[in-house]
Design a binder for this molecule. Structure first.
Ligand code: SAM
Ligand code: CA
Length: 248
């Protein structure tokens, strides 16, 4: 099952014409194998319903793929996260993956400028019985984060953060995340390989939205690489996720 989206078209423009999925893997068959053997058979029925609903939405390219949802779930459980934050919810695949992985008294503060997208997935979140873990706030993320930071009690309190919103603001988010996440906590930044364009020659053919934001992603990656307050790990799953563990 190939998922048709803008990122897929971008892959075709900048590199391997056979790439037709939400991954940087160089083989459709291998990606399908991962989905069929490891992801779909274990996917929570409400996540499946949310994914299938989202696939029919015109902006479906924005959702994280199932294998990335599985990774988020594993990370949340491995670090015993209880207090988490997400920036960029869309219909909620990453949000529901997080909420399902949290303990019953766990919390996820979810920020998105669109309530409309969130409400598309809300019935499945409610059906999964995890809506009580979610505090959704509508608005632009930067002012919402600044509001949080005005209260000293919020500093150093988040165990896990997932950032998947406007790439031109990732550096601005990072400045704030470092204060919000606890020492030893984890931040995941999504799309840090930006359809592979970060390593493509500047004159390579690429879609406009990829070209327009590519410089921001490259600068962001450079910044993380030299930030001594974090340990980093760049994963090439999905469109690239950079995991940052706050160490000071
Ligand atoms: N993580 C989501 C998932 O698993 O489906 C996908 C998130 S989608 C790539 C990006 C989301 O960020 C959109 O829902 C958009 O409304 C939101 N967004 C973009 N810029 C934003 C901003 N400045 N503040 C808050 N939300 C923003
Ligand atoms: Ca993403």
């Amino acid at each position: 099952m190939a998922i048709n989206n803008g990122e897929e078209q971008q892959n075709q423009l900048i590199g391997d014409a056979d790439l037709a999925h939400k991954t940087l893997l160089q083989s459709d068959a291998l990606y399908q194998y991962i989905l069929d053997t490891s992801v779909f058979p274990r996917e929570h029925p409400c996540l499946k319903e949310l994914r299938e609903m989202t696939e029919k939405h015109p902006r479906n390219h924005m959702a994280i793929p199932g294998d990335e949802g599985q990774l988020i779930s594993m990370l949340v459980k491995l670090i015993n996260a209880k207090n988490t934050l997400e920036i960029g919810v869309y219909t909620g695949y990453s949000l529901l993956s997080t909420a399902l992985a949290l303990p019953s008294d766990g919390k996820v503060l979810a920020l998105d400028k669109s309530r409309e997208y969130y409400e598309l997935g809300l019935p499945m979140i409610e059906k999964a019985g995890v809506a009580h873990k979610i505090d959704f706030r509508q608005g632009l993320a930067l002012p919402l984060l600044d509001e949080l930071l005005q209260d000293e009690n919020n500093k150093g309190t988040f165990d896990f953060v997932f950032v998947d919103a406007d790439k031109n603001n990732y550096l601005n988010y990072h400045v704030r995340m470092i204060d919000l996440v606890k020492v030893g906590g984890l931040i995941g930044y999504d799309n840090t390989l930006w359809s592979g364009s970060v390593a493509a020659p500047p004159d390579a053919p690429m879609m406009d939205f990829i070209r327009n934001l590519r410089g921001y992603v490259i600068e962001f990656n450079k910044h993380l690489a030299q930030d001594s307050r974090i340990e980093i790990c760049q994963l090439s799953i999905a469109d690239g996720i950079t995991l940052c563990r706050r160490i000071k």
